[in-house]
Design a binder for this molecule. Structure first.
Ligand SMILES: [Zn+2]
Ligand SMILES: [Zn+2]
Length: 747
C-alpha cells in the first residue's frame, strides 16, 4: 500500500491485496482516503464509511478502525492511520475492533489562512499564584483565565476605591483573628457553634423535615439544604446571642454551649470539642465591645431592668421594642420582645434587610457591618456581591495581606478570606445567601405574574401535563409555588426563565427532543464526576480541610476541567477528527455529598447506523468504549500501568445497599446490571440497541465503561456509554431537581 500525497482529487487508493480488516500479523504502512469537501448535507449524511467509498468508484470498503485517525485538510478530509505499533497481547483470534490502549488522536494541523493554531487544551490546571490580582491580591484564578473571570474578586479594583458604597468588612478584630490563626482547625470546623451562640438573629430552614434545620450527613460532605432558609429574631428562645447579651448571661451561654455543642461519651467525658469555654468567653467579650448591634441589645436589657419603659426606644438605631412581657408578675426581670426598625412584625427579618447578615453571622460581620439589602440592590448584583465577599483577601489593621500555608508540598503561603478560613460557617453563609437570592427572585416572579403570563396565564396548575414523569404520584415535580392569598387562594406560576422551574425543564426537554428529531439519535452518554483528590484541589486546601469543605475551590476546578474537556471533545481529541460532536446537551448536578457532576449527551458524526450497520457500530463501540483492564506485565509501558491504576481507582463498580445504592431491595440484584455482565470477546448490540461491552476476564465485569483518553485526561470517574436511545436526552432533565428521591435510570 502506498501513500499518494500528490493526489488532490477525490480519490481513494488501496492495494487490492490489502485486507479490509487488519489482523495482528499485518503490517499496514498507510491507508489513505481523500474525499472532496463535504457540504452541510454530508455533515449529517456521512453516517458510514461505505457512503464515502461509494462516491469514488472502484474502491474497497474500509473498516471504521482504519479511518479513525484523520485530519481536516484544505477543502477535503484526509483520513489515514499510521501503522499501528506492535500490539500487546493478541491472544484472541478475533481481534476486530479491539480497544487499543496506545491509541491517541493527533491535533489537527493549522488551517490555511489562519494564524491561530487549534490546539487541544491541557487538563492539568495551574493556579495563578505567581500573578495575583494586582488590586486585592486574590489568587483564586487559573493561568489563562480571561479578564472577565479574573476581575470577579474586586471588579478590577473598582469596589476597593473609597468613593464607592460597597459595604466593606473591617479587618478581623484581635481576639477572633487570634483564634482563627492559632486554632485554625478548630475554628474552621466549629465556627458554626460560636456563631449560633453569639448571633442575634437566627436562621431557620423551611422544609418538610421535623428538625427544620440543615440536613445531617455522615462522613465527608458539604452542606445540604432542601427547602429554603428564613431569618428571625429569636425573641422566645434562650439559646442565642439575643438572649445572652440582653440579659448579660455569659455564664449561661458557656454552659449552654458546653452542654449542647460538645459530644460526650457514657462517662460524661467530652469526646469531641465543638465549643471551648475560653474561646466563647473571649469572643463574647469582644462582641460586647465592638458590635454596635450587641451593644444596643445590652443597653435595652439594662433599661428594661430599671423599668424605665418610656425611654426604651430612644437609644437604638437598629431595634425597636415591640413589647415587654413579664413571665412572672412577681419578678421584676421582664422579657423584651425585639423588633427591627422598618420591619412589620416583631422577630421578623425580611429578605432585603441589610442587617440580616450582621445579625445572623456575627463571626463574619463582627462590627455589625452591613450586608446586602435594599440599598445595594441596584448597585451590585447579588452574585457579584457574594463573589466579592468570598474572594476579597483578608488584611490586618495595617493593610497587610494575611497569608496561610496550604497543604501542598512544599506548603505555599496564600491569601485567604474569612469565609474560606472558617470554611464550615462559610458554606452555611453561602447556602443561606443563595437561598435568599432564589427567594428574592421568587418574589419577583410572584409580583410580576401579570407581566409574565398576562391574560393567558394558565388557569390550572400543571399537574395534568406532567409528562416528564411517569410516576404521577410524585408531586414535588410541580415547582409552581402555591401561595395563599388573603382573600382567595391564588396560584403563582413560575416562568420559563426561572432556573429549575417546571417550565424551564420542560423547555429544555423540548429543545432536546427537537435536536434529536432533527439530527437523529445521540451516540454517547457521559457522566463526569468531580474527583476530590485532584492535585489542583488538594494544593489549594489549608490545613485540616478536605475538598468537601471548600466548595469554592472544587466547583471552580470542576468547571474549568469540564470546559476544557468539552473544548477538546469538540475538536476531536477523544474520538478523532472524523467523529466530532454534532450536538451536545449537558446538565450539572450536585451529589448528596456536595461534589458536582455533569451528565452529557453527544451525537458524533459518522457513526454507523444502528439498524443497517450493526456490525460496524459494534466495532466502533469496541474501539472507543472500553470496559476491560489492559493486560500489564513488568515490561509494560508506564502509560499502560497508569491506565490500569486509573481504571482500578475510578472505574470499578462497587455494589451498595441503601438509598443511593444500586442493589434492589426486593431482588438483591444490582440495578445497574453489573451482576449480569458476562465475559465476551467483542462488543455486541442486542435487539433493543443496548450495547454489551467486550469483557476479557471476571475482573472486567465490574469495570464501568469508559474511554481511556478521557479517563487519562480527567483523572476522575467518567462513565462513557453508547446510547442509541432517544429518551436519554429527556432523562437528562428528568434527573434534575428531583428533590430527595432520586431517579435512577439505566441506559
Ligand atoms: Zn482583585
Ligand atoms: Zn451494583
Amino acid at each position: 500500500m502506498e501513500l499518494h500525497p500528490d493526489r488532490t482529487q477525490m480519490h481513494l487508493e488501496l492495494l487490492p491485496s490489502s485486507p479490509s480488516i487488519p489482523s495482528p500479523g499485518d503490517t499496514l504502512s498507510y491507508n489513505s482516503v481523500l474525499v472532496p469537501s463535504v457540504g452541510p448535507q454530508a455533515r449529517f449524511g456521512l453516517r458510514s464509511t461505505s457512503t464515502i467509498s461509494s462516491s469514488s468508484p472502484g474502491t474497497h470498503t474500509i473498516g471504521m478502525h482504519q479511518l479513525a485517525q484523520s485530519s481536516i485538510g484544505n477543502n477535503r478530509i484526509w483520513l489515514g492511520t499510521a501503522s499501528p505499533p506492535a500490539r500487546e497481547s493478541s491472544s484472541s483470534q478475533n481481534n476486530r475492533g479491539r480497544y487499543d490502549f496506545n491509541r491517541i488522536f493527533t491535533e489537527p494541523p493549522p488551517r490555511e489562512g489562519r494564524s491561530a493554531v487549534l490546539r487541544f487544551k491541557p487538563l492539568r490546571l495551574q493556579w495563578n499564584l505567581a500573578y495575583p490580582c494586582p488590586h486585592c491580591g486574590c489568587v483564586l484564578s487559573f493561568v489563562g483565565d480571561d479578564l472577565r473571570i479574573r476581575q470577579k474578586c474586586c471588579s478590577n479594583g473598582y469596589i476597593l476605591r473609597n468613593i464607592n458604597s460597597f459595604p466593606h468588612l473591617k479587618p478581623l478584630p484581635p481576639a477572633l483573628l487570634n483564634y482563627c490563626l492559632n486554632y485554625k482547625n478548630h475554628m474552621g470546623r466549629n465556627a458554626v457553634s460560636y456563631n449560633n451562640l453569639l448571633s442575634l438573629g437566627a436562621c431557620g430552614v423551611e422544609n418538610e423535615s421535623e428538625t427544620g434545620g440543615f440536613e445531617t450527613i455522615h462522613g465527608d460532605h458539604s452542606l445540604l439544604l432542601h427547602g429554603r432558609t428564613y431569618h428571625f429574631l429569636p425573641n422566645n428562645t434562650r439559646t442565642g446571642g439575643l438572649h445572652f447579651f440582653t440579659y448579660d448571661a455569659m455564664q449561661e451561654m458557656q454552659s449552654y454551649g458546653d452542654r449542647t455543642m460538645n459530644t460526650r461519651n457514657e462517662n460524661g467525658e467530652i469526646k469531641q470539642y465543638r465549643f471551648y469555654r475560653h474561646i466563647g468567653e473571649a469572643l463574647y467579650n469582644e462582641q460586647v465591645q465592638i458590635n454596635y448591634l450587641v451593644r444596643e441589645c445590652i443597653a435595652q436589657g439594662n433599661l428594661a431592668r430599671q423599668e424605665i419603659m418610656p425611654r426604651l426606644n430612644l437609644s437604638t438605631t437598629a431595634f425597636e421594642i415591640a413589647s415587654i412581657v413579664s413571665e412572672d408578675a412577681n419578678r421584676p426581670n421582664r422579657r423584651i420582645i425585639f423588633q427591627l426598625r422598618n420591619e412589620p412584625y416583631p422577630s421578623s427579618i425580611s429578605l432585603m434587610n441589610n442587617l440580616m447578615e450582621p445579625l445572623c453571622y456575627p463571626i463574619f460581620f463582627p462590627y455589625g457591618e452591613k450586608g446586602w439589602g435594599d440599598d445595594l440592590r441596584k448597585l451590585y448584583k447579588f452574585h457579584d456581591y457574594i463573589l466579592h465577599r468570598f474572594l476579597l483577601p483578608e488584611r490586618d489593621v495595617s493593610g497587610k495581606l494575611l497569608l496561610m500555608p496550604t497543604q501542598s508540598t512544599p506548603p505555599r503561603l496564600i491569601p485567604f478570606s474569612r469565609f474560606q478560613l472558617m470554611f464550615r460557617l462559610g458554606q452555611t453563609y453561602l447556602v443561606d445567601m443563595i437561598s435568599r437570592n432564589i427567594d428574592y427572585r421568587l418574589q419577583f416572579n410572584a409580583f410580576t405574574q401579570y407581566t409574565l403570563f398576562g391574560q393567558t396565564r394558565p388557569t390550572q396548575p400543571d399537574n395534568d401535563t406532567n409528562n416528564l414523569d411517569e410516576e404521577p404520584t410524585m408531586t414535588h415535580d410541580n415547582n409552581d409555588e402555591e401561595k395563599e392569598g388573603e382573600e382567595n387562594q391564588r396560584t403563582t406560576f413560575l416562568s420559563q426563565s426561572f432556573h429549575g422551574s417546571r417550565r424551564h425543564l420542560l423547555n429544555l426537554a423540548q429543545n432536546a427532543i427537537c435536536l434529536v428529531s432533527e439530527f437523529g439519535r445521540p451516540t454517547l452518554f457521559i457522566t463526569f464526576t468531580c474527583n476530590p483528590n485532584w492535585p489542583e484541589i488538594k494544593e489549594m486546601l489549608f490545613e485540616g480541610e478536605t475538598a468537601y469543605d471548600r466548595a469554592d475551590i472544587t466547583t471552580k476546578v470542576f468547571h474549568e476541567k469540564l470546559d476544557r474537556f468539552l473544548y477538546n471533545m469538540r475538536n476531536g481529541k477523544y474520538f478523532g477528527q472524523r467523529h466530532k460532536p454534532t450536538y451536545e446537551l449537558r446538565v450539572i448536578e450536585y451529589q448528596q455529598r456536595g461534589l458536582p457532576h455533569a451528565h452529557m449527551v453527544f451525537q458524533l458524526e459518522n457513526i454507523p447506523d444502528w439498524k443497517t450497520e450493526k456490525e460496524e457500530l459494534a466495532l466502533w463501540i469496541n474501539e472507543n468504549i472500553n470496559a476491560t483492564y489492559p493486560v500489564i506485565s513488568a515490561t509494560s509501558s508506564d502509560r499502560l500501568k497508569c491506565i490500569h491504576s486509573l481504571i482500578k481507582t475510578h472505574m470499578v463498580h462497587k455494589c451498595y445497599k441503601g438509598d443511593s445504592g444500586c442493589i434492589d431491595e426486593k431482588t438483591g440484584i444490582c440495578k445497574r446490571g453489573f451482576d449480569t455482565n458476562v465475559i465476551q470477546d467483542c462488543t455486541t448490540l442486542d435487539e433493543r440497541g443496548f450495547p454489551h461491552y467486550k469483557r476479557n476476564t471476571e475482573e472486567d465485569c465490574k469495570v464501568v465503561s469508559h474511554n481511556v483518553l478521557i479517563l487519562e485526561d480527567l483523572n476522575a470517574h467518567v462513565n462513557v456509554e453508547y446510547t442509541g436511545s432517544t429518551y436519554c436526552v429527556i432523562y437528562l432533565y428528568k434527573y434534575l431537581f428531583k428533590g430527595r428521591k432520586k431517579v435512577s435510570q439505566n441506559f
